[in-house]
Design a protein around this ligand. Structure first.
Ligand SMILES: *[C@@H]1O[C@H](CO)[C@@H](O)[C@H](O)[C@H]1NC(C)=O
Ligand SMILES: *[C@@H]1O[C@H](CO)[C@@H](O)[C@H](O)[C@H]1NC(C)=O
Ligand SMILES: *[C@@H]1O[C@H](CO)[C@@H](O)[C@H](O)[C@H]1NC(C)=O
Length: 165
């Protein structure tokens, strides 16, 4: 019984530590497109409908079929002309790929293989985080809070750790 109570207290403490650690981190994971990264879709229109803000430290999440499509970061000129040569960065890994937006600037992504011509291009304007952390703005449907996901994972592993004690 005593051991059980000890486990309970340690578990509670771990969860509290986790919650304190997570508080303050507010980077968002933005899934690109309603149905992911696909051709014949206007991502500029999608952005206009979202009214979503992208801040430094946020992440983009591209979901696509890696057998056909990819995600390359390019410069403005290449974005406008659908030029997939001499890209800046290759984001492609397994088709469920993330990229961190580390600077306040415009980011340009496209898919090579000619799919850029079918609309697979997106320009994301990344803003500096607002200076005062205002009350949490209402999140739109496709924006997932990374911190809460991380929190659940950490609580899970904390529970697992307690079970091992
Ligand atoms: C996509 O939508 C934007 C904004 O509505 C528009 O300016 C642009 O021409 C569209 N692109 C295509 C390829 O239809
Ligand atoms: C953009 O990238 C292309 C391809 O690497 C390059 O030819 C071009 O000079 C670059 N443009 C600018 C403005 O950096
Ligand atoms: C991008 O990276 C992926 C995974 O490493 C690779 O399979 C693919 O060939 C690369 N694409 C280009 C255009 O370099």
């Amino acid at each position: 019984m005593e051991g059980l109570a000890r486990k309970g207290i340690i578990g509670l403490m771990l969860v509290m530590v986790v919650m304190i650690t997570v508080e303050g981190a507010s980077s968002n994971l933005h899934k690109v497109g309603v149905r992911g990264w696909i051709p014949n879709y206007n991502y500029t229109e999608w952005l206009n409908q979202q009214h979503e803000h992208f801040y430094v430290g946020d992440w983009l999440y591209f979901v696509f079929d890696k057998h056909y499509f990819n995600v390359l970061e390019v410069n403005k000129t290449s974005y406008e002309s659908c030029n997939d040569q001499g890209f800046i960065r290759n984001i492609t890994r397994g088709g469920r790929d993330v990229v961190e937006l580390t600077e306040a600037r415009l980011y340009y992504f496209l898919s090579s293989g000619g799919y850029c011509w079918n609309g697979m291009k997106i320009a994301i304007s990344v803003e500096q985080l607002p200076p005062t952390p205002a009350p949490a703005p209402a999140k739109s449907g496709s924006s997932l809070t990374l911190s809460s996901t991380t929190a659940s994972l950490m609580i899970l592993s904390a529970a697992f750790y307690v079970a091992l004690i």
